[in-house]
Design a protein around this ligand. Structure first.
Ligand SMILES: [Ca+2]
Length: 496
């Protein structure tokens, strides 16, 4: 009898009516490090902080490849970059994985409406704003590509700190006129709200992708006014001098002065507060529609961001700043609220977590692990390290250590003790005292092989152009000329 009851119960769960499927509101910012109130930072983010108070915040969550397209391809397919083979901005995961079911597609195939507003798969910013970019059509029932006035801001209004670099990477900002709704991210929020209203009566998986704080860092002026520029800190000068191969760009800080760096940090914080306000609109609308108790909310970013730490800006390095992301889950009915998990988790884990929370069968091709045990008990035992990689580098993070190898160790290795050295200043890799730690961490690296490491791109801040070290490729020589040199793919290449 007891057995029958158990069978009946499991059948009830398995055949639960469609209306019992919780909605998923998946929110992702672009290039957002965990510089948020919820992570102990002075950036003003009251709405994301509210989400954190109502949910579980992962303090050590890491991107598998800290660059837009590879990171997004990885967590949206649930597979590591070595499996997706997406390691640059142009590759498509369908080449290596033609029949993979992506996270939204899996929900779609299981009776959900799947919609996208804004940047979920990679889009070049600002180039692809207003278009689908290299999207994945099988993932969605409906897509919306908002385009605001920020898209056209390159027409002379931007403050440009690094003129020779393409707009997708140049250090640029603007405290813009006009309301939130004139900006792309304001439109992303209002379009997402319209989509939630339209699909409130069916289970939905709605993915909302904001474009900020990615450069150009444009936000309405009121968000800049939230910060006193005199109180903006720039990164401290490192005590060590990390080797060039650990960097994505040279020279350090693009040669920006402290005053220029301070402008960029200010713009980053303003852009973050602007995104936070849009997140607030989404959460308010869930309340208004009466859907908050029936909707799982996830907030994250595609990777972290350097604001001068180790002399670096942006991403595509294996330092803590580039790899660590904000990750917050709010799950209806969950006892753990205002909870924090110190465990090392991966963006790869988002896919199996959401399918388990929604009661869907696990997707057998997932390479991550469901975080549901940590959502119930944020300090539960957890033996999984977080792995990250870039071209020519592999890194593993445990709660205490970060270990990184370059070209499989041929170029060098780094070991940092986060208990004593959270800024990753003292490399202990060659200290014999830590040989056993190195051996243990080395065995966890995402793959033993690493490609050859490209030299960091070199910007000449005096001439405002990019130095090309090995002679210009033909394609560049065929490009147009500018006052400083030849222009190719948005980069102004210095004339020798
Ligand atoms: Ca990004």
């Amino acid at each position: 009898m007891r057995m029958l009851a158990a069978v009946a119960l499991s059948l009830m769960i398995a055949v639960a009516p469609a209306s019992s499927k919780p909605n998923v509101l998946f929110i992702i910012a672009d290039d957002l490090a965990p510089r948020l109130g919820a992570y102990g930072h002075r950036v003003q983010s009251p709405n994301i902080d509210r989400l954190a108070r109502e949910g579980v915040t992962f303090e050590r969550a890491y991107a598998q490849f800290p660059l837009c397209a590879p990171s997004r391809a990885s967590f949206l397919t649930g597979m590591r970059p070595d499996t997706t083979r997406v390691t640059n901005l142009n590759a498509n995961f369908r080449t290596a994985l033609p029949d993979i079911q992506t996270l939204p597609q899996y929900f779609r195939n299981n009776g959900y409406f799947a919609g996208r507003v804004g940047k979920i798969y990679h889009q070049g910013v600002p180039g692809d704003i207003g278009t689908s970019g290299p999207d994945d059509p099988p993932s969605w029932d409906k897509v919306v590509n908002p385009r605001g006035r920020d898209k056209d801001a390159e027409n002379g209004r931007l403050r440009v700190m690094t003129p020779g670099i393409a707009f997708g990477s140049a250090m640029t900002w603007l405290a813009d006129d006009g309301a939130d709704e004139a900006q792309t991210d304001g439109l992303v929020a209002s379009e997402a709200i319209a989509m939630m209203r339209e699909h409130r009566d069916v289970p939905f998986f709605i993915a909302v992708g904001f474009y900020r704080p990615h450069v150009p860092m444009i936000a309405p002026a009121k968000y800049f006014a939230m910060y006193d520029p005199r109180k903006i800190d720039v990164a401290r000068i490192d005590t060590d001098s990390p080797p060039d191969y650990t960097k994505a760009w040279l020279p350090d800080n693009f040669g920006m002065t402290s005053a220029e760096q301070r402008q960029m940090v200010h713009a980053y914080h303003a852009s973050t507060s602007f995104v936070d306000a849009q997140v607030g609109h989404l959460l308010d609308e869930l309340d208004r529609l009466g859907l908050a108790d029936d909707t799982i909310v996830v907030f994250t970013s595609d990777h972290g961001y350097h604001l001068g730490e180790h002399g670096q800006w942006m991403k595509n390095t294996l330092w803590e700043e580039a790899t660590r992301v904000p990750l917050i889950f709010r799950v209806p009915g969950l006892k753990a609220r205002n909870a924090r998990s110190p465990r090392t988790v991966e963006m790869l884990d988002i896919y199996p977590t959401l399918t388990e929370l929604a009661g869907l069968p696990p997707y057998r091709r997932n390479e991550g692990r469901s975080l549901v045990p940590l959502l119930h008990s944020p300090r539960a035992r957890w033996d999984k390290a977080a792995l990250s990689q870039v071209i020519g580098g592999r890194s593993v993070r445990t709660e205490r250590w970060r270990y990184t190898e370059w070209e499989g160790g041929r170029l060098g290795a780094q070991l940092f003790d986060h208990h004593a050295d959270p800024r990753e200043q003292r490399n202990l890799a060659s200290d014999p005292k830590h040989a056993a730690v190195v051996t243990a961490l080395r065995a966890k690296l995402p793959s033993a092989l690493a490609e050859s490491r490209p030299l960091p791109r070199k910007y000449d801040p005096d001439r405002n152009c990019m130095k090309w070290r090995t002679g210009l490729p033909k394609a560049i020589r065929a490009g147009g000329e500018t006052a400083n040199g030849d222009e190719y793919a948005g980069l102004v290449v210095c004339r020798d």
